[in-house]
Design a protein around this ligand. Sequence first.
Ligand SMILES: [Zn+2]
Length: 170
Amino acid sequence: MATTGTGRGAVTDAHTGWHCTNGASLLARITGPGLGRLPAEHGVIYVCADHQVQAEARITTAGHQPATDPAPPGHRHDPWPCGHITTHGETGPHLADALTTPVTVHFVRTVPSPETITAALTGLIPRALPDHMTAVLIETAPDGARHTWNGSLAGLAQRIHTAISHTTER
Ligand SMILES: [Zn+2]
C-alpha cells in the first residue's frame, strides 16, 4: 500500500491480493455514507467479471455501497490489472486497508447479464474496445473444409445468456 499527497488530495494505491491475469474490464466504485459527498473521498477496485462478486463483497464488508460499471473506453486502452485498489482522501489509507482484507463470499448463482458476458469476452484481448471487436468461430471439418461464423460480441453474449437462462430456469 502506498499513499501520495495529503488531505483531500491524497491518493492511496493497494491490491486485493488476488492472483488474476485478467485486465480489469469493470470498475467497482466505493460509494455510500461515511465517505463524505466529494467524489475525491471515494475509491475504486479495478476488477474483471470473474472477481466482481468478491470486489463488491469487500466493499460491503468495509461498510460501504458498491456500484459496478464497465470501465470507460480510455481506461481500456491502459487497463489496471484486476484487483488494483485506488482510494482518495484522508480516509483513503484506512479504506484501502479494509479492502485488502479477504472476505468469505457465499455465491448465489445467477445468470450473468449479456453485458457481463460481453465484458468477459472483451477481456480476452487486453485493451480491446468492445464496439470494435468481432467474434469469429471456425470449424475445421475432418476433411479439412472450414466453416466460419462471425458476428458482434453483443450478439454472441446474448446467445450465451439465452442458452444459460434456459438451462438454469425451469
Ligand atoms: Zn480477476
